[in-house]
Design a protein around this ligand. Structure first.
Ligand code: SAM
Length: 295
């Protein structure tokens, strides 16, 4: 496999390249053959956690020198890594799992390497956000990647309020111990009927998926149906988009309920407004009940 080794403008002819390598988010078989080939030739790895990366390299049968590069030492590590790259070494940047720089360290090294004229090349592969989005069944022609929300409730709600009207599909990373609180806040801010998809342990043995509205997810989190263990990525429909036109639903249902039984009106209403049937059915029941009440 030929790996081009062209230095960027401003770097010496003999400069090496920085490869930004995606690694598995669970399933070790997701290592690309290109990653293996580059690792076999490279001079070293800059790893977020050298112990974790050592396990991956061991499974590939690769022995290579490593230095740690994490959120707390990235700045101080950069000069020595740039020097090595400029003197002709090829280095591979790896985070614990997935794609470096995506809610992970690496951005500063990449920026400074580019500024020094060093060639920076991706070895693309797993990314939890993209993997979740690819199986969520939500529009992804445009999406907003939010990553981790603030840990404190007030700040989290404030951030969610800023996202409330965003029409794009939203993608969040969330730690297991904050999952229930984050779902509750989303339900509060986005509304209980907003469509949502929760991916757990993607690519691993216990991979599981839950949907289909925030209310469902809150119920499932509270009842323990969502196993409170492992890694989670949450995909939430954009306002009035992947959630269908929920504003239109009410007027469509009102018209249909005058002519059809509730279940039929809900089925048709869901199709016309582009919302899940369960959402339309629940709304239809409410409207029906309202109509039955004596004035
Ligand atoms: N850079 C990584 C990427 O490209 O996916 C993300 C790193 S971020 C520190 C880790 C978060 O990604 C986890 O807390 C979780 O929200 C999400 N995540 C990672 N692996 C996952 C998996 N197998 N299934 C679901 N979500 C996952």
């Amino acid at each position: 496999m030929a790996v081009a080794k062209l230095a960027g403008a401003g770097a010496p002819e003999e400069a090496g390249a920085l490869f930004v390598a995606a690694t598995p988010i669970g399933n070790l078989d997701d290592v690309s053959t290109r990653l293996t080939a580059v690792l076999e030739r490279a001079s070293g790895v800059a790893a977020e956690d050298t112990r974790r990366t050592r396990k991956l390299l061991h499974s590939l049968g690769i022995r290579i020198a490593m230095v740690s590069l994490h959120a707390h030492n990235e700045r101080s590590r950069i000069p020595e890594l740039l020097e090595r790259l400029l003197s002709g070494e090829d280095l591979v940047l790896m985070s614990d799992a997935g794609t470096p720089g995506i809610s992970d360290p690496g951005m500063r090294l990449v920026r400074e390497a580019r500024q020094s004229g060093i060639r920076v090349s991706p070895l693309p592969g797993p990314c939890a956000a993209v993997a979740a989005l690819s199986v969520a069944g939500f529009p992804a022609d445009r999406f907003h990647f939010e990553g981790f929300l603030p840990a404190r409730r007030a700040a989290r709600r404030a951030r969610l309020r800023q996202l409330e009207a965003a029409p794009e599909t939203l993608v969040f990373y969330e730690a297991v111990h904050r999952l229930t609180a984050a779902l509750e806040d989303m339900q509060q801010v986005f509304g209980s009927e907003r469509r949502a998809f929760l991916a757990r342990e993607l690519t691993k043995i216990h991979e599981s998926a839950y949907g289909e509205t925030l209310a469902d997810l809150c119920r499932k989190a509270a009842s323990g149906t969502i196993v409170p263990k492992g890694e989670f990525t949450l995909v939430v429909g954009g306002a009035g988009r992947s959630g269908g036109d929920e504003a239109a639903l009410e007027s469509v249902l009102k018209a249909l309920l005058g002519e059809l039984p509730t279940a039929q009106a809900a089925r048709l209403g869901a199709e016309i407004a582009g919302v899940p049937r369960r959402v339309a059915y629940r709304r239809a029941l409410k409207l029906h009940a309202r109509e039955q009440k004596p004035c």
